[in-house]
Design a binder for this molecule. Sequence first.
Ligand code: SAM
Ligand code: SF4
Ligand code: FES
Length: 346
Amino acid sequence: MTSPFKKNINKVEATHNLAKNEIVELLTNDEINEELFQAADRVREKYVGNEVHLRGLIEFSNICSKNCFYCGLRRDNKNIKRYKLEPEIIIDFATKAATYGYKTFVLQSGEGNLYTLEEMLYIISEIKKLDVAITLSIGEKTEEEYRAYKEAGADRFLLRIETTDKELYKKLHPDMSHENRINCLKIIKKLGYETGTGCLIGLPEQTMESLADDILFFKELGADMIGVGPFIPNEDTPLKNETGGSFELALKVMAITRLLLPDINIPATTAMETLNHQGRLIALQSGANVVMPNVTEGEYRDLYKLYPGKICINDTPAHCRSCITGKIQSIGRTVSKEYGFRKQLR
Ligand code: SAM
Ligand code: SF4
Ligand code: FES
């Protein structure tokens, strides 16, 4: 018997639009999951093709002045050895990784004024000389700072909204403001960055309605990249006793996002692989077209501990590169040799 929710999938595959209640129906009914994943895979192939873009992730500092309840890098976590890489080391990691063929780097860290503006501009402009695209994931900054990074060569910025539920956001982010987060995203977009956002799946008290709002928010913002991942409880945070998000639900939110925003870039996130050892490949077959292998070297891979069970902590960038290439080829896809900018529909 055909599921009554199949009509929602047919509709969104053809129109890339769904009402909030239709998204909630898809999220709450698991009998249509396979159809949903297959539809997202078809839309991915039609709009962004079979190439997978690799972004080399450099986790350059785990120091953070914020206190997000879910994150192992939060400032009140004393059970973590903090580090901050020297600019020359960051540039060196990028230089080595560029020789493996990476055309994009993602520079990610905790928040705060860890580096002077001059140091950040130096890091960005030196890495830019490697003929690569640069994505920043360094949190909330002033408009002047965002502008200066852009002028120095940064192309993209990732700032997850985490949740569009204002009350929930407030509970999980002491001394942060939802309004400012949205404002930062608007500034990032206005400045001409490829704008990335996303949410955590399975936060305590998060509802299907609020996840539907998240997906509609991505569309309304006109995001170029969306990263969704399950929330994984960390022992050293106030949310240590929570259940966390499921792989399946994260995959569903990702697949619906692909159906609504057909031409954007969507990573198969590391947190998905933490919950399912084939997680990234399954995600690549359910709407994703990007993977972000870690190119940070040595002990820092382990010290950047957002949640337990992080993958690849004892591997080298060279090993991860060949591992992920093999996996991508095993599902009949190819690794892109391009920068991987969004090719927007007109
Ligand atoms: N500090 C910057 C920020 O918050 O935008 C960038 C780094 S932050 C570690 C990157 C992302 O990690 C966050 O946007 C959040 O969604 C994710 N994250 C943090 N703790 C997590 C957890 N316990 N499980 C899954 N993802 C987590
Ligand atoms: Fe800091 Fe980002 Fe973690 Fe929040 S999510 S504590 S801002 S590193
Ligand atoms: Fe790191 Fe497979 S991607 S070991």
